[in-house]
Ligand binder design. Structure first.
Ligand code: ADE
Length: 414
């Protein structure tokens, strides 16, 4: 890769080129650098690179004519030109990866109070390294060049770059070196155990805890990792998992801080990817296991009244509001059991030996037994089963009214 800096202070880059990672990358032919002094392209007898803004204002602006002269001399067929400035898109590891694929990048260090607005038309992008203003774009250009260079194949020893902060969209796990004990602070035992898998798992969980603590803004959605899954904490999930622990297989809570839940992942596959026979039998087996559970100390209630109350707290559309009014008119005796609340074939994880775990229990709690049947039926029917076959296994008489009622209630999610 080739990186060209355009600047009116070319001497600013000398220590950068001497930096070990950069020096090694240059020596190994991974990257080459070129520094162009914008002043060399200034026209006229005063060789002006800057001038005062039309209409008045503080400071001086880089002139568009001088800057474009310098740019034209630097450009190659495949060059990507980037102006460094506080108005640019925020630089990130993702952008560094994108730039690392280029053959040639030209980084223009703006200076003084900025550049003539028209100069923006002659560059491909504008990048900022953060929401603050520097006197010049030189240090910003060096930051971009370093972040990009270290991603180039062979620039770092081993696979160092793959484990770093932001590479999986999260921060890197904490690291320790000798001594193993300092000022009463011990290096975690697992890191001294030599057990690769345990260490990998520990590091992944610690990296996530660190990210939750320091940069929750990086965690915008629920995500699966190698050893655990990350959930934005909501609903009954944590309470129900703790309650279910000794009853049926559920994930282990690795971390819970009210906002986030880290749950263990077991090796297995979703029931939806299993054989037809197994889908039906396992679904019925799980429902029957739910119904056999003692619910007297279950910490969450999801009965109809509670569900309606939660729905009313939500902003409902007119059609949802009408549907809810209809639902409220219906009256029947609820047959209370433990209910998963979102029992789809994707939330049942199995392996060759049987049920591995139940996931997605944010809406679990005590409710009528038809609540889960209503959720499960469409996916069973899609898998080619009839209602009758399923109800025979459940040992229950089909109640079409209840199925329809819960399907309508479940469609109004809170
Ligand atoms: N030049 C001045 N401020 C800057 C910033 N925040 N990012 C990039 N270049 C700049």
């Amino acid at each position: 890769m080739r990186i060209t800096f355009l600047s009116i202070f070319p001497e600013s880059f000398s220590s950068f080129l001497d930096y070990p990672v950069i020096r090694r990358a240059i020596k190994n032919g991974i990257v080459s650098f070129e520094i162009i002094d914008i002043r060399d392209y200034a026209d006229g007898c005063f060789r002006a690179v800057d001038d005062s803004p039309y209409g008045g204002g503080a400071g001086l602006l880089l002139r568009v004519d001088t800057l474009t002269n310098a740019l034209n001399s630097a450009k190659t067929d495949r060059a990507r030109t980037i102006l460094m400035g506080p108005k640019g898109k925020k630089f990130s590891q993702g952008i560094a990866h994108e730039l690392a694929k280029e053959e040639h990048i030209i980084l223009v260090a703006g200076h003084y109070e900025g550049v003539d607005e028209r100069a923006r038309a002659y560059v491909d992008d504008e990048l900022s390294i953060g929401d603050y203003v520097l006197t010049g774009g030189e240090s910003a250009a060096m930051i971009v060049a370093e972040a990009v260079t270290r991603l180039l194949d062979g620039a770092l020893r081993g696979s160092a770059a793959k484990e770093e902060s932001f590479e999986n969209g999260i921060l890197e796990h904490p690291q320790y070196t000798h001594p193993a004990l300092f000022d009463g602070k011990r290096v975690p035992d697992v890191l001294l155990s030599g057990d690769r898998k345990k260490i990998e798992c520990f590091n992944e969980i610690e990296a996530l805890k660190e990210t939750i603590r320091l940069r929750p803004d990086l965690l915008t959605c629920d995500r699966e990792f190698n050893y655990c899954s990350l959930h934005k904490s909501y609903g009954n999930e944590a309470k129900i998992i703790r309650w279910m622990k000794k009853r049926l297989p559920v994930p282990e809570i690795l971390y819970d801080d009210e906002s986030y839940l880290l749950l263990s992942k077991e090796r297995g596959r979703a029931l939806k990817d299993s054989t037809k026979n197994r889908i039906l039998k396992t679904s019925a087996m799980i429902l029957k296991a739910f119904w056999a559970m003692d619910i007297s100390d279950c910490p969450c209630s999801e009965n109809i009244e509670m569900t309606i109350r939660k729905l009313k707290k939500k902003r409902l559309s007119y059609s949802e509001w009408t549907a809810l009014s209809e639902i409220e008119k219906t009256n029947f005796n609820e047959d209370y059991v433990f209910s998963h609340g979102n029992l789809t074939l994707s939330n049942i994880i199995i392996n060759g030996n049987g049920l591995v775990m139940l996931t997605g229990m944010q809406k679990a709690g005590v409710a009528d037994c038809y609540r889960d049947i209503a959720t499960l039926l469409p996916s069973l029917e899609e898998a080619g089963f009839t209602r009758e076959e399923f109800f025979v296994l459940l040992g229950l008489k089909i109640d079409e009214n209840k199925i329809q009622f819960f399907q309508r209630l479940n469609s109004l999610t809170y």
